[in-house]
Write a protein that binds this ligand. Sequence first.
Ligand code: HEM
Length: 271
Amino acid sequence: MLGYVAAALSLTAVLVLRTDLWSFLAEVPGLGAVLPETCGVQAGRLLTRDELSAYHGGPGSPGLYLAVLGQVFDVHEGSKHYGPGGSYSFFTARDASRAYVTGDFTDGGLVDDVSELSPSQMLHLNNWLSFYQKTYAAVGKLVGHFYDEDGNPTKALEDALAVIAVGLKLKEERHEENKQFPPCNSEFNSGVSRVWCSKNSGGIQRNWVGVPRKLHIVGYDGYRCVCVRTTGPPSENPDSEEHNDRGDLDNPSLKEYKDCNPLFDWCLLKE
Ligand code: HEM
């Protein structure tokens, strides 16, 4: 928890020091959905909260709109979901960005304050935004929380972008980490958990199987099961000729599972 907050804060610090914040963000792969310059929301209408609140699709309503991270979409083509009586009608006529991630569909949860969301939750929200951009017509921007009355991004949007950028960075790091330490297979049967390694566990194709170990998750007080190479040089020093031929077994971030043979490629979990 503290880890990602610290990461977001340090990235935000870097961002606010940049004189050209938006061009810096434009270089971050995966942020295209949110950037006003690249997603086309610079065109279109500016709506106030009051104006948007009329677009609920009911009698006398001018249409069916909703907003995500301040971007307004015309969702009339999805009226079976969003129209009156639809399962997701609570999303319409407002910006309920936070609820897309929390699943809190009460009035208190259907809000645009995303300041407490983690980087991975913000990535999830970013995916919803991309979905709306691909599926529905963009209308413009909602004035208030994420855009000011001139349609310029607010500090709240910059902060949201910074957390999404941290999420993308963590995702990339996790991808790299998965290549070195692919996730284990796991199953839970009749009260017993089993983890094991195979040449494609975690969806990472490789020519080695490895043995299960606990890898500390950065920023969290927990572990995940990973498969660890048992022969060859350590990943940190792949070209080394002087090594113990133990692969990554001696990596200090790893812990053995209790009561498991450390060289078996499987383990029954009793913890
Ligand atoms: C945080 C939780 C959830 C959110 C924010 C969410 C949001 C949405 C939204 C916005 C749509 C409409 C997408 C569109 O415009 O086409 C949708 C569709 C759908 N959702 Fe969810 N959903 C959630 C959880 C669930 C769960 C738990 C289920 C199933 C148990 C579910 C089943 C469906 C189905 C089946 C559709 C498509 C309905 C259709 O095409 O007729 N959703 N969801």
